[in-house]
Design a protein around this ligand. Structure first.
Ligand SMILES: [Zn+2]
Length: 606
């Protein structure tokens, strides 16, 4: 509601923006870059969230420019659009019920109200369970840290009641808070045999006793058991009637770091959860220029940039100010790259007759949701990936400072090192070369298909993923230099008689996606976020890593690790959190319908 009110105001107050005040030129200019960025990052486009009207308006703007520049459509059935489906949010279904039934002396039967007394987690399993209640501290099992709320506890078939956070409180750097994510607690409860999970916040951590919002975390997976958040007010009497004041209970857990379990066999919980995933559609914008040299015209140079951003932000959006509902303008991320790609399309469009190879311009949507658009493209390419020579990505190229330009993927082809140095003729930049072809943007998807990549990036900053990433903070002349540099590199690749070779980079650098927490160990895989299968699909294997040595392949779906069921990426990340370098762990995967077991020796993560 609040966001709708805000939306109305923003639209009314948005000033009309003159898109084409002057005639545009084929040259790459800071003025034209600014014109594009100002429009794409304007209030009018509301942060270009995938599936939103602002995102559609951005796509329309890009297409208008591509037409002007003479770029041909390369999307679905002769259009520029390549549509794909994604899960935009989750909402409550009609069947969320929770009843607590105790003997008359213990409070009798209490029917709780969804959204008032309790709320399911977005990842809950949509089923019904009944069982006795048992309080199990913070619901953390971390024997390595000498802390185990489940020690000596039989929770089989029971509904486990746990506190949010950990004995370390809300401090995100607390040792035990590594184990305190909602997903992790649900996974632990399930692994211990619990039938369901109920979580609440202790008075020391949250005096307000608010329900947590229903926020989708961009993973398809459910926790395997029903899991809900409940208001302290609705559950506390059951604990206090047993002689525990909640604050004192938290203090004891913190001081002793020993489990305090309170079985309540006479309290029956009846729990049904129903969370519905809402699907939406968004589209990549694709255009191309055909090659003209008979020898290499079927070889493809892909240039890309994502044009989506975080919309109005909010919990689960990726915003670094998730408590504020405001337009996340995304000027640097990634109106800057989109503008750069438009300028490249215009420049190359003006000299189409001398392009030897086929040039493809890919404007991706869904990147902020986990590179969904580029994942869709590599599975439904407009031109064969086997003939795709290179993917050049631009994501956040608008904040050049001290000449510092980062180029990822510099090790993905033997040609790149020389080329990058040679085209930086006057040392315009201080180049920071990162050999790895994986990283937190769309080029990762192409590298995962064995295509050499180059990813240009001017670095992160304080406005990253915040509403303050606005058009007036862009260094346009710096961006012009970056885009001209990209232009000259692409020109060189096109001029070369041979296609660039491909190198798989041996790397232990942390992956940009998913493994965001501070694990001590790595398995050396790239998770595939776009898959909805049970288990966790491996999108890519890092050369020289434990997974490769163990014999795992890209495409394998991990279903069990260390004897624990892996239903999704969160189970997997939870497992990583429990392992030490040198641990040998069994990994069961499904490969082409067959179940196979491997042993991997975990290595230290750098
Ligand atoms: Zn971003």
């Amino acid at each position: 509601m609040a966001s709708n009110v805000l939306r109305g105001i923003a639209i009314m107050s948005a000033l009309p923006i003159l898109v084409h005040a002057q005639q545009s030129t084929p040259q790459i200019t800071s003025e034209e870059l600014k014109t594009h960025v100002r429009y794409l990052a304007s209030d009018q486009l509301e942060g270009r969230g995938s599936g939103s009207a602002g995102n559609t308006a951005a796509a329309a703007y890009i297409i208008d420019r591509l037409r002007e520049y003479g770029i041909r459509p390369a999307g679905d059935s002769g259009t520029y659009y390549q549509s794909f489906d994604f899960i935009s949010k989750v909402k409550l279904g009609n069947h969320n019920t929770m009843t607590l039934e105790a003997p008359p002396s213990g409070g009798g039967k209490k029917k709780l109200q969804v959204d008032q007394d309790f709320r399911p987690f977005a990842f809950t399993s949509n089923t019904s369970v009944t069982g006795p209640l048992i309080f199990a501290g913070y619901g953390i099992s971390a024997p390595d840290q000498n802390y185990d709320d489940y020690q000596g506890l039989d929770v089989n078939g029971k509904i486990v009641l746990v506190l949010q956070y950990s004995p370390d409180g809300t401090d995100p750097h607390g040792e035990l808070n590594k184990f305190s994510s909602f997903r992790n607690k649900a996974r632990t409860a399930r692994d211990k045999g619990a039938a369901g999970l109920v979580m609440f916040t202790g008075p020391i951590d949250d005096p307000d006793d608010d329900l947590i919002p229903l926020a989708y975390d961009q993973a398809f997976a459910s926790s395997g058991i029903p899991a809900v958040f409940i208001k302290r007010a609705a559950i506390a009497p059951l604990i206090t009637s047993r002689g525990w004041a909640l604050g004192a209970l938290q203090d004891s857990l913190k001081a002793r770091r020993k489990p305090i379990a309170i079985p309540m066999p006479e309290v029956r919980v009846d729990l049904t959860t129903d969370v519905v995933q809402v699907h939406a559609t968004t589209a990549n914008v694709l255009g191309y220029l055909p090659g003209t040299d008979p020898k290499v015209k079927d070889q493809v140079i892909v240039m890309g940039a994502h044009f989506d951003h975080l919309g109005w932000g909010g919990v689960g959006s990726g915003s670094l100010k998730p408590d504020t509902t405001a337009i996340h303008h995304g000027a640097d991320d990634n109106a800057s790259g989109t503008a750069g790609l438009l300028e490249l399309a215009q420049a190359f469009g003006a000299e189409a007759q001398r392009l030897r190879r086929t040039f493809v311009f890919t404007f991706f949507s869904g990147e902020e949701l986990g590179t969904l658009g580029s994942a869709y493209y590599v599975n439904h390419p407009s031109f064969p990936l086997s003939s795709t020579d290179v993917m050049v990505n631009m994501d956040m190229i608008g904040r050049l400072e001290n000449k510092s330009l980062t180029v990822y993927g510099s090790g993905t082809s033997p040609s790149w090192g020389t080329l990058l140095a040679k085209e930086d003729k006057d040392s315009t930049f201080t180049l920071k070369l990162v050999p790895d072809g994986y990283g937190p943007s769309d080029h990762s998807q192409f590298y995962g298909k064995d295509i050499p990549v180059l990813f240009f990036f001017t670095g992160t900053h304080n406005d990253y993923h915040k509403p303050s990433d606005t058009w007036d903070r862009i260094n346009y002349s710096g961006e012009e230099q970056v885009v001209r540099y990209v232009y000259s590199i692409v020109e060189d690749i096109d001029g070369a008689p041979e296609r660039p070779g491909f190198t798989k980079v041996a790397s232990s650098a942390p992956s940009g996606g998913g493994d965001r927490r501070s694990f001590r160990v790595t398995l050396g895989i790239i998770p595939d976020y776009a898959e909805g299968s049970e288990g966790m699909k491996i999108g890519g294997i890092r050369p020289g890593g434990p997974a490769e040595k163990a014999g795992l392949h890209a495409g394998d779906v991990i279903v069990n690790m260390g004897g624990k069921k892996i239903m999704n990426i969160y189970d997997y990340m939870g497992m990583l959190g429990e392992l030490k370098p040198g641990d040998k762990v069994s990994v069961v995967v499904v490969r082409e319908g067959k179940t196979m077991e491997f042993t991997a020796e975990m290595t230290k993560r750098n």
